[in-house]
Structure formats: C-alpha cells, structure tokens
Ligand binder design. Structure first.
Ligand code: ADP
Length: 437
C-alpha cells in the first residue's frame, strides 16, 4: 500500500507540474496549476461517488468498479474483503441450516429462550408437541404458553437435576418430560420428550396394583373375620390347632395392613384426592398423631414431644398429610428402643415449612438412605419381622410430599438415631393455627 500511495503521490505531483508547465507555456502558470488541481479534484470526487454507489449495494455485481492507481487498488481490496465476508457468511449459514435441519429431524422438542424466558428459536417437534407457532409466538415468554404453575416454578428455580413431567399444553393426551439446560448468559435450552407411552404403562401398573388390592380386600376381610372368631374361641379348639390359628390370624392382619397401604399408595400416586383447596392445621394433626404414638409405644414408654414455632397451617389434603406424618412418627416409635426419645417439630422460615421427626433409635446405615423410599425396601430385612411394617410407609410419605410440592430429607447415624424432615415450599403455607398445648 505504501508503494501505491507514493506512486499515486508522484503521479499527482507530476500531473500538477505538467499542468503548470502547459500554463507557463501559454503565459499563465498559476491558471495551469489551478486547472490541474481542478481536474484532480473532479476525478477524486467522481471516484468517491462511485465508491459510495458501490458500497450501497456491494453484492449487486460480482465485480469491483474499475479505476486507476490508488482508487483502483482500493476498489480491488474492498472487493476481496467483501468476497471473504460473503464466503464466511455462506459457510456459517450452511452450518446453521444443517444444525436446524438436524434438530428439526429430532423427535424431541427443542426450544431456546433467553434468561427471562422469551422464546428465540424452536424446532418442528416443539411446534407439534407444545403447539408453538412461528408466526405468533416468537419473543413470547414460554411460561405464558406453558401455563402450568409447576413449569413456572421449575423454570425459575434453576435446579434442573430432575426432569419435570406434565401434559402437553396443546394436546392433553401427550405426556411430556421437560429437561432444561443453562447456557450462555443464563439462557435456557429446553428439551421436551414425549413420554406418553411410559406414562400410560405406569398408569396401567398403578391401576393393576390398585385393582388387585381392591379385589383382594373383600375375601381377605372375610377370612380375617372368621380367624378372629376362631382366635376369640381358641379355648374350644383342639390344642394342636391353636398355634396355627393364631399364626394365621396374625398373618392375615398383616396382609390386610399391606393391602390397605397398597390401595392408599396407588390413590396417592394417582393424585385422586383434592389437595389444593383445603388447608390442614398441622399443630392439631400432630398432637393427635403423637397421642396415637403414645398408645403404640405402650410399655416401651418413649418420651414423645411436640414443639411448634410459627403456627402456620399447610395448604393440602389432611388425609394424605396424616398418612405421611403418622408413618414417620410411628416409624420413630417402632425403630427406637424402650425409653428412647421421639421429638416432633413444626417450624417455618421465609423458604417454607418443615416437619421434623427425630428419634434416638437404631439409626440407618448411610448406604441405605437413598433407597429407603422405594417400595418394600428395608434397611435391615431381619428387623421388620418385629415391627410388623408393610415396607410401604416411606413410599407413601414420598408421594404425599410430591403431591404437596415438597420433599423428604433423611439424616441418620447408625446406632445414634434418625431425623426425617418434610420440606414444604413457602407458597404451601397459610396463616393461623393454634399453638400446641
Ligand atoms: P416399614 O414398614 O418396614 O417400616 P417403611 O417404608 O416405613 O417400611 O420404612 C422403610 C425402612 O426404613 C424400614 O424398614 C427401616 O429399615 C427404615 N426406617 C424407617 N424409619 C426409621 C427410623 N425412624 N429409624 C430407623 N430405621 C427406619
């Protein structure tokens, strides 16, 4: 560029010298110089006009404007820059098209939103599964289109370890699993997977267990009734039958308890009961449960205490909450040796409400803790024979808490005792409850 510029300067000066000499020859050197300058100015102005015209639409022709010297070089360099820019733009567009093509071929819906939830891009499956439309929904907030409150809280919580399941807002027969990933500046990549078939299978399994349990209940009630009569009149039975009848009666009562829990669990899992429109007085409920627990404790003489701070009520179904809380308190009694302590407390802070059941009992080894809420999982299989539990208690607790947007925390040290804490979010709390007496 340096040499072109010096060549340009040389030619321009030479031109001006020639113009001045011609002027000198004609007797007007100053006019000659001025005429030379004028011609140079007009030529430069013309090149500037051509440049402006060309830059207004550089892709209109595939060639640069032709010119001499510095201007010719400038046109050529700009043309090359333009071509390179165009080439990388085409390459980038092809790559984007390919990514869009492949994401469009996916069966899962993919949506990109900014940090506030405004939708920026989504694929064809998202249109099908979630009912979004390119023409109207660009820039809309996603939670205005997926209006389920659970989705809004999931989106805002930024805790995306577990996926969220919900029915499609556009096609209620489609059941979706939503998984969000964060990228960039808190932007969200939202994947929606159609899990209708799995959901259907899960429902069939639940219905099957529910129905079988229901069908078994009547014959079992009859058998238990007769066995109870036999046990009541055991004196009249031959001695060799007494033990058998007693064992049969105990086992049939266990089966009845199991079936009652199975029916309850399948109802809770199906979310049959109404949980959103009622409030539960937790203080009153726990006082009743503690009373029952003292009866259960009997000669084991546990010290069972209840403390409450805040006195909030809980928005939720009392029957379900009673099942969950009583399972925790009765477990504490069952798994705590005589004279042990069981402390129940209900308290709240700005994050939510907490029901804690703490005991000084057997404790649980750390390896078992993550699996305790599975159906029929026992930390110590040999121990349940003494306690007569069904193995479904903590599964019931877990599902009741899911229905109430809560979760269960288990803290335990083997041999020292356990604490089970039910966490409820702040929007599940309602004011007004009597303090425990
Ligand atoms: P179960 O009917 O056997 O009590 P649960 O589902 O209520 O069934 O509890 C599952 C297992 O968790 C129990 O078998 C027991 O091993 C353990 N567990 C529950 N609560 C306690 C507790 N308070 N202390 C020690 N172990 C407990």
């Amino acid at each position: 560029m340096q040499t072109i510029w010096s060549r340009h300067l040389r030619y321009t000066l030479a031109g001006l010298v020639v113009a001045t000499l011609v002027g000198l020859y004609l007797g007007y050197p100053v006019y000659g110089f001025a005429a030379g300058l004028g011609v140079y100015l007009l030529w430069t102005l013309n090149q500037t006009r051509r440049l402006a015209h060309w830059l207004a639409d550089p892709y209109a022709t595939n060639e640069a404007p032709q010119s001499l010297g510095l201007w010719g070089e400038l046109f050529e360099k700009l043309h090359k820059l333009n071509q390179n820019h165009r080439l990388s733009q085409d390459r980038l567009r092809a790559r984007i098209d390919r990514i869009q093509e492949s994401t469009n071929a996916m069966h899962d819906g993919v949506v990109m939103t900014n940090a506030r939830g405004a939708m920026e891009w989504w694929n064809g499956s998202a249109e099908h599964l979630l009912g979004f439309r390119q023409s109207t929904d660009q820039g809309q907030y996603i939670y205005n289109l997926i209006r389920t409150p659970a989705f809004r809280s999931y989106f805002d919580a930024k805790n995306y370890h577990e996926p969220l399941e919900l029915p499609s807002p556009a096609k209620p027969h489609i059941h979706l699993q939503i998984q969000i990933s964060l990228f960039g500046d808190d932007d969200r990549l939202i994947m929606a997977k159609d899990v209708s078939r799995l959901h259907q299978l899960e429902k069939m399994r639940r219905d099957f267990v529910g129905n079988v349990s229901h069908e078994m209940r009547t014959p079992l009630t009859v058998i238990s009734g007769y066995l109870e009569t036999l046990v009541d009149n055991a004196d009249e039975l031959p001695a060799k039958w007494r033990r058998a009848v007693n064992t049969m009666a105990t086992q049939s009562f266990r089966m009845e308890a199991l079936i009652t829990d199975l029916i309850l669990l399948s109802r809770i899992e199906a979310g049959e009961q109404e949980i959103n429109d009622t409030t539960t007085d937790v203080n009153r409920l726990i006082q009743q449960i503690c009373q029952d627990a003292r009866t259960l404790s009997e000669e084991k003489q546990h010290e069972i205490t209840f403390t409450s701070t805040g006195g909030h009520r809980l928005k939720g179904d009392e029957k379900q909450l009673r099942s969950a809380f009583s399972n925790l308190v009765f477990n504490a009694v069952k798994y705590t040796p005589a004279q042990g302590r069981v402390s129940v407390s209900w308290f709240s802070n700005h994050e939510g409400g907490y029901l804690s059941v703490k005991d000084t009992g057997a404790g649980i080894e750390e390896v078992h803790i993550p699996r305790l809420t599975e159906r029929f999982y026992r930390a110590d299989p040999s121990r349940h024979k003494d306690t007569g539990g069904t193995g479904l208690g903590l599964a019931i607790v877990k599902h009741v808490l899911i229905n109430h947007d809560g979760n269960l925390e288990i803290l335990s040290r083997f041999g020292e005792g356990s604490e089970f804490i039910c966490h409820f979010p702040a929007d599940r709390l309602a004011a007004g409850s009597a303090e425990p007496s």
